[in-house]
Design a protein around this ligand. Structure first.
Ligand SMILES: *[C@@H]1O[C@H](CO)[C@@H](O)[C@H](O)[C@H]1NC(C)=O
Ligand SMILES: *[C@@H]1O[C@H](CO)[C@@H](O)[C@H](O)[C@H]1NC(C)=O
Ligand SMILES: *[C@@H]1O[C@H](CO)[C@@H](O)[C@H](O)[C@H]1NC(C)=O
Ligand SMILES: *[C@@H]1O[C@H](CO)[C@@H](O)[C@H](O)[C@H]1NC(C)=O
Ligand SMILES: *[C@@H]1O[C@H](CO)[C@@H](O)[C@H](O)[C@H]1NC(C)=O
Length: 551
């Protein structure tokens, strides 16, 4: 039968195919093994030889040897012993500068207050906190979120020694009466005084002028005559004199023997997805060269690379970083907070006044001048290379010739160095491309109008509340401001584009750009410092970092 003959022949055929298939499989397997083998040899890795040995030695019991090495391994963990309570208190103080934790810890076993039913010193565990850094007072008409308290003993403060409390209140023109409970060292009872004023840190014409929205305020608690020479340790704000406080702020008062010259304050950094790390390095180094003795940053959310830069400079002692967030029911979730601040410009501006004024009050005894700058702005002297030279040899002599009294602020005119003004001209070959400011030396011919978008050196003896561009209120004879001659200094503003409100004149601005290489006088030290820092931080890869370490 055709069928059977075919079957017989078919059987042999199938065997042939099977044998052939098996051979193929063997070949492919062998090739695969060799490929792996080759790979192992090629990878320049310490373990490759070990792997090779295992592969070639079928007698090694792989599983066992792995178990053994895991059994022998010891992970690197932090083995320092747990903090003692005193150390923990110290740690808490560093994390929460506004909490009188040390004072409380010292006195926690003594009953403090008038008596059981009047003005007891609150335990730190009874305070009402809000979003980590704020403390709350709820009154019959408005809620207060308090951020910081500072002793103001400046000569120009006509009220005499005063504790200023910085915070936000969800009321415009608050009418509720409140009291300040001052706590002194070694005194069992608090000293109580009516709150002197709620100073609004905003103008109503700027918007957001509505009850229910948290508004920035500076409160004044004037120390009663009898206690003026004493330094209060902490303060609570209450609605009725005898109330048990739900807030208690450490009164910050750090006064060195002598003032330094310049500090810079930077509002809450909000660059979670924008890696401005390399630009930040150039900016910090340039300000440091110009004479900023310290830069005080506040931090909302930043990219990990920016964190790296900030940590590095904090260790060097050139900057200080304070974490901050938004009070009340405002969003603090990363990204979402950024979206909120982008869409709600007035809320953003109102919130910024907290870090600006906190920075002023923490540093008013430490520096003669404070400048509030963004990380794309530089106060650039035209001649000379330092802010000290600018102020002492140019600005002050001119200003004092007109009027013998020092001004509350000295303002610098704004001029744009827009990103695209350069691109027609290519790159400057002798300057690294990552030096953004050194590469961008074309600016608009015109400055923005006098008083518009300026930045100031604020005189710490004279300003009471600060806003981004000008002081909002001042001590003594009012908010005098001296406009620094554009021949002496200019505010370099490095942006992709003008601010939105200037869109129209921006087009005009662009048509006439001029080359301005004032910044090049810092080329050498700046390139050297920035490149060294970037290398140290590993921005050019681990190899360069290592090479630098060995040297
Ligand atoms: C507690 O102290 C307050 C303030 O000095 C006083 O008015 C009040 O009478 C005192 N109460 C008692 C029960 O002693
Ligand atoms: C509550 O405060 C607002 C403004 O701060 C004020 O207009 C209003 O009259 C106050 N209400 C009462 C009952 O005092
Ligand atoms: C303060 O707290 C104490 C103890 O809890 C209480 O007896 C007293 O009534 C409170 N004082 C006020 C004014 O609420
Ligand atoms: C720039 O300045 C010139 C001369 O002062 C002036 O005529 C011109 O209108 C200014 N341009 C803009 C856009 O302000
Ligand atoms: C910066 O961030 C990128 C993306 O996360 C990362 O690849 C790079 O290594 C970072 N640079 C440094 C110096 O850490």
């Amino acid at each position: 039968m055709v069928c059977c003959g075919a079957k017989k022949g078919g059987g042999r055929f199938i065997t042939k195919i099977l044998t052939f298939g098996l051979l193929w499989a063997l070949i492919i397997y062998t090739v695969f093994q060799f490929k792996n083998f080759n790979l192992d040899v090629q990878i320049p890795h310490l373990n490759s030889r070990l792997l090779l040995q295992k592969k070639l030695d079928p007698l090694t019991r792989h599983a066992d040897s792995t178990t053994e090495s895991i059994l022998d391994m010891e992970p690197y963990i932090d083995k320092s012993s747990p903090l003692t309570e005193d150390k923990m208190v110290e740690d808490i103080q560093n994390r929460a500068p506004n909490l009188p934790i040390v004072y409380w810890n010292k006195n926690k076993n003594k009953p403090m207050g008038f008596n059981n039913t009047c003005a007891r010193f609150p335990s730190m565990f009874e305070l009402e906190f809000n979003n980590l850094y704020w403390q709350t007072l709820r009154t019959s008409n408005g809620t207060f979120q308090l951020y910081g308290a500072y002793l103001d003993k400046r000569a120009n403060n006509r009220l005499g020694p005063t504790v200023r409390i910085l915070g936000m209140i969800d009321r415009i023109e608050p009418t509720v009466v409140t009291y300040c409970q001052f706590w002194f060292d070694g005194k069992k009872e608090p000293v109580i005084a009516k709150t002197f004023e709620y100073k609004y840190i905003w103008y109503k014409k700027w918007g957001n002028y509505k009850n229910g929205i948290y508004q920035p305020y500076l409160l004044a608690c004037v120390i009663p005559q009898k206690y003026r020479e004493k330094i209060p340790q902490s303060i609570s704000l209450v609605e009725k004199q005898c109330d048990n406080a739900t807030n208690n702020l450490r009164v910050i008062y750090e006064k060195p023997e002598k003032k330094k010259d310049f500090a810079v304050c930077v509002k809450g950094l909000d660059f979670l997805h924008e890696d401005l790390s390399v630009r930040l390095v150039e900016w910090i180094e340039l300000l440091n060269i110009l004479g900023a003795e310290k830069i005080y940053f506040y931090e909302l959310q930043v990219h990990p690379n920016i964190s790296k830069v900030l940590k590095y400079y904090e260790n060097e002692g050139k900057i200080q970083v304070t974490p901050i967030n938004l009070a009340g029911g405002q969003p603090n979730i990363p990204s979402f907070q950024h979206l909120y601040l982008t869409k709600k410009t007035n809320h953003k501006r109102q919130n910024e006044l907290i870090p600006y004024n906190d920075c002023l009050y923490k540093n008013m005894y430490k520096y003669r001048y404070i400048a509030l700058l963004d990380i794309d702005e530089v106060i650039m002297p035209i001649d000379g290379t330092s802010w000290k030279d600018l102020m002492e040899n140019k600005v002050l002599p001119k200003a004092l010739k007109i009027n013998k009294e020092e001004r509350a602020s000295y303002n610098v005119r704004n001029v744009y160095f827009l990103d695209d003004l350069i691109h027609n001209h290519g790159w400057f070959k002798e300057i690294p491309r990552y030096m953004h400011m050194l590469q961008h030396v074309y600016r608009t011919r015109n400055f923005t109008k006098p008083g518009q978008y300026v930045k100031c050196f604020h005189n710490t003896e004279k300003v009471l509340t600060l806003h981004n561009h000008f002081p909002l209120s001042c001590l003594g004879s009012g908010c005098t401001s001296y406009p620094i001659d554009t021949a002496d200094a200019q505010l370099h503003h490095y942006r992709a584009d003008c601010v939105k409100t200037l869109k129209k004149s921006c087009e005009e601005f662009r048509k006439t750009s001029v080359m301005d290489t004032t910044i090049w006088k810092f080329k050498e030290p700046l390139v050297e410092r920035v490149s060294k820092t970037l290398k140290n931080l590993g921005f050019f890869g681990p190899d360069l970092k290592e090479a630098d370490k060995k040297r």
